[in-house]
Design a protein around this ligand. Sequence first.
Ligand SMILES: C[S@@+](CC[C@H](N)C(=O)[O-])C[C@H]1O[C@@H](n2cnc3c(N)ncnc32)[C@H](O)[C@@H]1O
Length: 354
Amino acid sequence: MRNLHAFCSTGDAPWLPAPSAAETSAPGEASAPSRARAPPRLLGFGEVDHTLEKHLQEDWWEDLFDEVYLLTDGDVVEDPAITEREVDLLLQILAGHLPTGACPGSVAGPYHLVDLCCGQGRHALELLRRWPGGLRVTGVDQSATLIGVARERAAAAGATSAAFHVADARAPGALDAAGTPADAVILMGNSLGYSPQSADDSAILRNAAAALRPGGLLVIDVTNGEYMRQNFSPRSWEWLDVPAGGQQSAAPGAGRLAVRSRKLSPCGGMLLSREMVICTGHGLIRDKVYAERMYSQADLDRAAAVHGLVPARPAHFLDGETSARLGADMGMMASRMVLTYCKAAPGEGGTGGV
Ligand SMILES: C[S@@+](CC[C@H](N)C(=O)[O-])C[C@H]1O[C@@H](n2cnc3c(N)ncnc32)[C@H](O)[C@@H]1O
């Protein structure tokens, strides 16, 4: 894992020019030969006249979730306080459905939980920290970079009941390596709705349902589509090195900035976003267009019902999350719904459509 904080100061990211010999030598010292040939600067899409669709790659998420994502979204997905609050809620939800005697702190179990689209494993690892001995977690994500981070963090925490696998959650048998059936599957942090084909989301729900034991729970934390459709910011900019209080934390000339523009897809079902990340003094390190489907609770209830998943408790709305970065843009994380479904016993459920 590369050191995120080094991106702008050492030039060790392959998309940044390596520092020149003159930049790396102390005054009076002989110039050292350049350590690496400078890669070309990223040119990006240039000015785009709001036709973001033109630059949208179908599988845009396959290379988005890397070290730069941990930087741009780090104010939310790398903030331990936010993850702790989300895990408080998960534990509340799971508590009512645990086998007798199994609860955080108890010795019953192990309860098997699959963290689907787990990213760097923040929920899986926090759940294990809170519930040692009673839980076995398996994280699955398509991003080899984030799974690598999750494994490193699990090893550092001595979390031997955690396993992390790289897999596409849409693929048949994606969760086979998890050693199912699971007692619960969680799909957190708005990880659904990336594909233009709703059948892909249906495949993810099918795999989640197949991994559950009858009576097991699926918890989905996803953007509140109805809210977002009305309230997204068409433009935002965010200094990534400015924490709460507005104190500049990067050295002058080494700040990193994310600028975003957004618009609804013509049918209004997806939110298209362009995100550019710029290192001052170095140039553009990311220019990416992505699109996320905006689900309502009713949409997801219908999609879940197809796979025999029935609502198990009232939705919880996560509206109050704020970033520690002054004035930061919460984007798709601004307002989310946490929906809980129960896998029906054979013969019950399995109606509706996506
Ligand atoms: C916004 S991140 C959230 C990660 C994590 N759940 C969290 O809350 O921090 C979305 C994650 O979903 C993963 N993802 C999206 N589509 C996927 C798929 N088809 N198969 C596996 N992982 C997927 C991405 O790689 C990414 O790590």
